[in-house]
Design a protein around this ligand. Structure first.
Ligand code: UTP
Length: 309
């Protein structure tokens, strides 16, 4: 089907109000998950899926993002002169050499749909991927490559879906779906952003990965502000569900792997614990400490709830 996906767009211009005051002067995508900012994991994922042309949509705090993916000569000189710091030198160069990164400014944070529209000129007439900078997908469970495959097969747009407990669906965009011949692929017939209780068409929640047809840009230009007064990407994709051959159809890839949501405080803490526990270097010591910490709290009579998977 028409057009190879080569470009990734990463919107990182949101206000990050759930993380204030930490995000007053720093984009939330720069908050560290162990020792790398969340956004570096996302750029690495795009590159693994074969997308090394990355456009970041930034807002008023864009300097830390640009600096992170740029060279830091002073620091490199210092580390270069110290034999013991070679590995660190390699690690700080990783972010610089990862991909070709471009930037565009979203002047007002008018919503995710508006942020994606800011990418129109850079993307042109090609299908492209969108990766939200606060949603991390574990590299052991590749999702984007599968979504690109589904786009090659069906054209149109492909979104990522995850089944969530019914009582949590109101926190997400939700998709009405029909089965296809592939067990992990659903045809999307409708979408609603954060449905009111009892109004959700399914328990399939949208997560922060999209492969979109360039027809989305014209639709976004005509999309009025929706929920929360913001231009919603969900509303624009919903329009394309009715337009096979003209930006549609829309399919969903069902993701059952490991995902870390770093967008709010509790999820961010869970993400750090899980990523740290899995690391080869600090993991064993951290797991040992964590086990003892939980055991101690339990012994003291603290009702510690089990962590949700
Ligand atoms: P969120 O819905 O998490 O909003 O955005 P937010 O402003 O970042 O955070 P809160 O809710 O105030 O705490 C989802 C993604 O879309 C980007 C964000 O940077 C995040 O990656 N976004 C959102 C934009 O780039 N521009 C916007 O106008 C809104």
């Amino acid at each position: 089907m028409s057009g190879r996906v080569t470009k990734a767009v990463i919107p990182a211009a949101g206000l990050g109000t759930r993380f204030l005051p930490a995000t007053k002067a720093t984009p939330k995508e720069m908050l560290p998950v162990v020792d790398k900012p969340a956004i570096q994991y996302v750029v690495e994922e795009a590159v693994r899926a074969g997308l090394d042309d990355v456009l970041m949509v930034t807002g008023r705090n864009k300097a830390p993002l640009e600096d992170h993916f740029d060279r830091h000569y002073e620091l490199e000189d210092k580390l270069e002169g110290d034999e013991g710091k070679r590995e660190l030198l390699e690690r700080i160069r990783e972010s610089t050499d990862l991909a070709t990164i471009h930037y565009v400014r979203q002047k007002d944070p008018r919503g995710l749909g508006h942020a994606v529209l800011c990418a129109a000129q850079h993307v042109g007439e090609e299908p492209f991927a969108v990766l939200l900078g606060d949603d991390l997908i574990d590299e052991r469970d590749p999702l984007l490559a599968r979504m690109i495959e589904v786009r090659q097969q069906h054209g149109g747009c492909v979104i990522a879906l995850m089944q969530v407990p019914r009582e949590q669906i109101e926190l997400y965009g939700c998709a009405a779906v029909e089965p296809t011949a592939d067990a992990d692929v659903l045809r999307v017939t409708g979408m609603v952003e954060k449905p009111a209780r009892g109004q959700a068409p399914s328990d399939y929640a949208m997560i922060g990965r999209y492969v979109l047809s360039p027809a989305i840009f014209d639709v976004l230009r005509d999309t009025a502000p929706g929920r929360g007064g913001e231009i919603q990407l969900t509303d624009a994709i919903q329009t394309l569900t009715d337009r096979p051959g003209d930006g549609g159809p829309v399919h969903g890839v069902v993701f059952r792997g490991r995902r870390y949501d770093t967008g709010d405080k509790l999820d961010y803490l869970r993400s750090i614990v899980q990523v740290a526990a899995d690391r080869a270097d600090i993991g064993p010591e951290f797991r040992d400490w964590l086990g003892k910490y939980v055991a101690k709290r339990l012994a003291e009579g603290d009702p510690i709830e089990p962590i949700q998977p």
